[in-house]
Design a protein around this ligand. Sequence first.
Ligand SMILES: Cc1cc2nc3c(=O)[nH]c(=O)nc-3n(C[C@H](O)[C@H](O)[C@H](O)COP(=O)(O)OP(=O)(O)OC[C@H]3O[C@@H](n4cnc5c(N)ncnc54)[C@H](O)[C@@H]3O)c2cc1C
Length: 415
Amino acid sequence: MKDICVIGGGVVGISCALALQAEGYQVTVLDPGPTGEGASWASCGCIAVGEIVPLSQPKMLMQVPGWLMDPEAPLALRPSSLPGLLPWFTRFLMNATPQKMRAIASDLAWLTFRATDDFKAQLADIGQPDLLVERPVLKLFDDERDKASMGAAFDLARALGCRIDDISGAEAKEIEPAIAGDFKYACVLQDWSYVTNPVRLVQCLTKVFQTRGGALVSQAAVGFEREGASVSAVMTSAGERITADAFVLAAGTSARDLSRKLGVPLPIAGLAGYSTVLPHSQVDLRHTLFYPKGGFGMTPYEDGLAVAGTVEFVGHGAAPNWQRAKILVQRAQRVLPGLGTDQGHERMGRRPFTPDTRPIIGRPKGLANMHFATGHGQLGLTLGATTARLIADQIAGRTTPSKLAAFSPDRFLTS
Ligand SMILES: Cc1cc2nc3c(=O)[nH]c(=O)nc-3n(C[C@H](O)[C@H](O)[C@H](O)COP(=O)(O)OP(=O)(O)OC[C@H]3O[C@@H](n4cnc5c(N)ncnc54)[C@H](O)[C@@H]3O)c2cc1C
């Protein structure tokens, strides 16, 4: 039996570990923990099937000065982080052309359109189908101008098959009576769904993995041992040496530094997002709501209402700016006037973003037994189970779809 070591037990890593275990491999997961507190614990919880339009968009070049000047804007760039981020950011802006935007969206759709089925199969396998609520998302717009700001993205998503229905603000209020009465427009993003508790999701996946004989080692990977084109061992923070026949690097934003140690540097930035879970929200929501103008969404979790979002371009290891979480809650009161905000739990997560918004799934050339599963940006929760299936296919030696090449780490080695 092959031994496999998965580095990182966030939603992507633990999903890969379970899928590999199901293939009959002996799997070890290396993660310093705490379980479930990677980027997904700050997430909005959506299985975001239609979130396929990349973050890099043509209009962005003009917007960068504004991001630098307003630390509280939905999209912000911390000036002190700019020098360190510059190489990544330059690549990011190079993807902001209409042609690249279309190509990226089409590739992402290929992944996300199968995400719900993969995720449902995963939840059925671990006996937790109730963690998923299959209900569309509502997006809310103040006025015509606000709605028009999403026009190009919606056109592209629709052209690729996403179902987006336009409704009025009044109709949105009929669906969710708690929302303010002055939204002019809204839309319904069909096919989306949400997870009722992303932290519990990762904890449940981990528990089942361990119950089935998987080993969880609560240490960080710090380096590797190589023998020619193969990795023979991963070195841990406690000085241990874990050998395996194959490895999966799924350490979220830490994959950036670890991949350098492998000689295959991945351009991954940790784009910070914030959330506050409000246990006493006093509003009864059934759907996830998005307010694009404020850059956030709200999802009714089982332990409170999560108000989550915004994108902050910051360097690795930069301290959180908790003011952003507080502002999100204030803005949420514009959407839900009756919102109770007492005793909120603030969280920050770093989304592992590649400059082209595509995740990195696959084996780099020159390394025979190292597989990457990282860089999922805004889509890690959505694509955990799908990524796991693709990685398991690859490690088991099954033919993988040619489309997977779009997500290969090799694209960064040549560009
Ligand atoms: C505000 C916000 C909203 C979001 N909303 C959504 C959403 O609605 N839908 C969606 O699909 N996604 C969403 N995301 C994105 C999603 O959370 C991430 O894409 C996802 O968590 C990435 O999963 P991951 O397993 O790759 O990384 P992580 O969840 O960050 O997990 C990485 C794991 O690696 C471990 N690790 C780190 N360093 C090492 C090391 N050296 N050795 C071993 N282990 C290590 C960490 O402890 C962690 O457990 C959101 C994110 C944020 C911040």
